[in-house]
Design a binder for this molecule. Structure first.
Ligand code: DGL
Length: 240
């Protein structure tokens, strides 16, 4: 048993969606959420710049006494999780685009059209490409790296309605999609805009992302290492 908090970070608000999934699965745990806004967005930075931030955020959370860290960002995970696991002797949970469950679901469809949205930095990572090639055998599937979408979402957190037009413009070339994979936690914040666009095309899509997988993995690792909190009271969140 271990009552220490769990650290969780992202370049901004996208990881809040991951936090929410983790709290549903582990309601008694305390969390420290670190938003690395000053260095956002990660997706347009070089690998070495992202790796530096990933390392600094993790170090900060561990210095605050966190017993484990959730990297609530696909970009940070793909660039840096290997480095973190080599360097720190604590459990690290990362975010992966939900390619496997999406492609398992795709088997039920006739000629499924799959589109995976992610940041530019994620799209070029070997770790991501290996995952994608392992599970996604559909020649019609596409990866669509987005230069500005995470920033756009972060800048309109209180009024996502204002970016509906921009989002629809991004989705128009993919209007025949059946399955959407959200490979960036920021995109999950506007999942309703994705759903609305496809409904307006008369084409309800299935949307996949990695939050539940990450939350389950966190629970598994803490359980395996006997690190769950002994508390039976609802956990708290501290925001940084
Ligand atoms: N939320 C992050 C992700 O999941 C990245 C957003 C950014 O570019 O900072 O990839």
């Amino acid at each position: 048993m271990n009552a220490a908090p769990i650290g969780i970070f992202d370049s901004g608000a996208g990881g809040l969606t991951t936090l929410s999934a983790c709290r549903r699965i582990l309601p008694f745990e305390n969390f420290i959420y670190l938003s690395d806004q000053e260095f956002a967005p990660y997706g347009n930075k070089s690998d070495s710049q992202i790796a530096e931030r990933v390392f600094a955020c993790s170090q900060r959370l561990l210095d605050l006494g966190c017993k484990a860290v959730v990297v609530a960002c696909n970009t940070a995970t793909n660039v840096g999780i290997k480095l973190l696991r080599t360097h720190f002797a604590r459990p690290f949970v990362g975010l992966e685009p939900a390619v496997k469950p999406a492609c398992e679901y795709a088997q039920q469809l006739d000629r499924p059209q799959i589109v995976l949205f992610c940041t530019q930095a994620t799209a070029r990572q070997e770790k991501f490409l290996a995952l994608y090639q392992k599970y996604c055998a559909y020649p019609s599937a596409v990866v669509s790296p987005q230069k500005d979408l995470a920033r756009l979402i972060e800048n309109h957190l209180l009024c996502p309605e204002k970016i509906r037009g921009e989002v629809y413009k991004i989705l128009t070339p993919y209007k025949n999609a059946d399955i959407i994979i959200l490979g960036c936690t920021h995109y999950i914040l506007i999942q309703h805009l994705f759903q609305d666009f496809y409904l307006s095309q008369g084409r309800p899509v299935r949307v996949f992302h990695g939050n539940l997988g990450a939350a389950n993995r966190l629970k598994y690792l803490l359980t395996q290492d006997s690190m769950l909190t002994p508390s039976q009271k609802p956990g708290k969140v501290c925001f940084m």
